[in-house]
Design a binder for this molecule. Structure first.
Ligand code: FE
Length: 219
């Protein structure tokens, strides 16, 4: 498990909220074992001069700036450009880099939804996610319930997201790892022939690239 994956949450505490606490605490967050480990590691790396606090801050800022729009551009390009689509399915890292998304340290695997196959992504162990393309994962993605249930009863879980698939469609659940991340290439909806690549990118949602939703022609 990498600290990159797990040291974010405590940086986002918003102390401007005004619901009653009495007395107000400087930081009422209880850190988990691994969060404490992550903080200790970060402090040691800074103390030993391996990285600077500014490096850490810059990296958090960069991570926070990535949104699902990055992934949506990749999907939209795959929809309009069959050669790009083939390159994406063959080598996700190289294809994502063509659109300016540098993915280092992890292998990106693009999996394509078809009439017969629907793909959905999970990290059963923790929260591995294609952060270089989609930004930070939603909280449900990290929840125990999603991680445990989507592998056992994917159709039920998908139904709870409002995604009902015919029995003829095979559901494939992909378990992410620290080294391997998945991007679902959803099906391009019918009735979108007139849309430009940029307009298509706007209808591609985060959830459709995780695989818990389909793309609707009018989001
Ligand atoms: Fe993980």
């Amino acid at each position: 498990m990498s600290t990159q994956d797990h040291d974010h949450d405590h940086h986002h505490h918003d102390h401007d909220h005004d619901h009653p606490h009495s007395p107000p605490q400087p930081d009422d967050k209880v850190h988990s074992y691994y969060q404490i480990l992550g903080i200790a590691l970060k402090e040691l790396l800074i103390e030993k001069g391996v990285v600077t606090a500014a490096d850490v801050r810059r990296n958090i800022e960069l991570r926070d700036s990535i949104t699902p729009a990055n992934g949506a551009h990749v999907v939209a390009r795959a929809w309009v450009d069959p050669a790009f689509r083939a390159r994406l399915l063959a080598d996700g890292n190289a294809a994502a880099a063509e659109l300016g998304n540098e993915i280092t340290n992890t292998k990106l695997v693009a999996v394509e939804n078809t009439q017969d196959v629907h793909n959905v992504v999970v990290c059963t162990l923790c929260s591995c996610y294609p952060r270089d393309l989609l930004g930070l994962p939603p909280s449900w993605y990290k929840s125990r319930a999603y991680r445990a249930r989507v592998v056992r009863e994917p159709r039920e879980v998908l139904k709870e997201f409002g995604t009902e698939l015919p029995d003829s469609v095979q559901v494939r659940v992909h378990d992410s790892t620290a080294d391997m991340r998945f991007l679902v290439v959803p099906q391009r909806p019918a009735g979108t022939d007139h849309l430009s690549e940029a307009e298509l990118a706007e209808i591609v949602t985060r959830d459709s690239m995780i695989g818990v939703a389909l793309v609707s022609p009018n989001q």
